[in-house]
Design a protein around this ligand. Structure first.
Ligand code: NAP
Length: 252
């Protein structure tokens, strides 16, 4: 796909990886539908999209809310006339051991923390993927969907909820690649390792130091490393049904 004048929606584009993707795709001429919860953050992303030489619009939307997602993608279709790409990037963490033991069981992961992560990281991806596919099928122009998974999809201590959701979005990308190929829609996932964003800066420094020491490249990735991979998957018309790991060789 030549990104010039293509319309790409990015969820969670108010900061972090989503913002870096918006700027990278805008620099290649794509128009960006910025989807997030925080209007101020989205305005800043839009300013950076314009500074990169393109245009976009912002859409305040909770990706876990079906009615909001349906209305948002219908608006994107109307506002831009078509939708060619979606990056399902919005995500949250609510980490904790499933069962914490210290002289006996002291706590357990709450159902609320399990459900919150499932709602945003798994159901949100399903809803946005479904509505984007409808726009792409109706336009007849095909398209490309990218789900942001994680190295944690293989299983990570303290992340029963997050790991399960990230495995799920990788599986959905493969499923959609098979289901939607007949409409010339491709689907892939990216599984980042540890990338320097607001999400990882919230981790305790001593935990981060330990993690970085275990990364063969001995450094965290930058948001631009993930944005480059998004651009590659959008542009390469024969990439579909795959999970691309971008993790400095952390995953064995
Ligand atoms: P981030 O800095 O926390 O940004 C996530 C964005 O998603 C925020 O702008 C947040 O908005 C938005 N968001 C959260 N819940 C939402 C909802 N229900 N509806 C719409 N938007 C919502 O995270 P990041 O590090 O850029 O991560 C982006 C994606 O990459 C996530 O899916 C994450 O799991 C994945 N990932 C990140 C890393 C990493 O090392 N950073 C590694 C592997 C995978 P608010 O701030 O307003 O809540």
């Amino acid at each position: 796909m030549n990104l010039q004048d293509k319309v790409i929606a990015i969820t969670g584009a108010g900061q972090g990886l989503g913002r870096a993707m918006a700027v990278m795709l805008a620099s290649k001429g794509a128009k960006i539908a910025v989807i997030d919860l925080n209007q101020d953050h989205m305005n800043e992303t839009l300013a950076q999209v314009e500074a990169a030489g393109s245009k976009g619009r912002t859409y305040a939307c909770n990706v876990a809310d079906e009615a909001q997602v349906e209305a948002t993608f219908a608006s994107i279709g109307k506002d831009f006339g078509a939708l060619h790409g979606l990056v399902n990037n919005a995500g949250i963490t609510r980490d904790g051991l499933m069962v914490k033991v210290k002289d006996g069981v002291v706590s357990k992961m709450s159902l609320a923390n399990w459900q919150m992560v499932m709602d945003v990281n798994l159901t949100g991806v399903f809803l946005c993927g479904r509505e984007a596919a409808i726009q792409m099928i109706n336009s007849g122009e095909g398209g490309c969907i990218i789900n942001i998974s994680s190295i944690s999809r293989a299983g990570n201590v303290g992340q029963s909820n997050y790991s399960a959701a990230k495995a799920g979005v990788a599986a959905m990308a493969t499923t959609w690649a098979k289901e939607l190929a007949r409409y010339n829609i491709r689907a892939n996932a990216i599984a980042p390792g540890f990338i320097a964003t607001e999400m990882t800066s919230a981790m305790p420094p001593e935990v981060l130091d330990k993690i970085v020491a275990g990364i063969p490249l001995k450094r965290m990735g930058m948001p631009e490393n993930i944005a480059q991979t998004v651009a590659f998957l959008m542009e390469n018309d024969y990439m579909s049904g795959r999970v691309v790991e971008v993790d400095g060789a952390l995953r064995i």
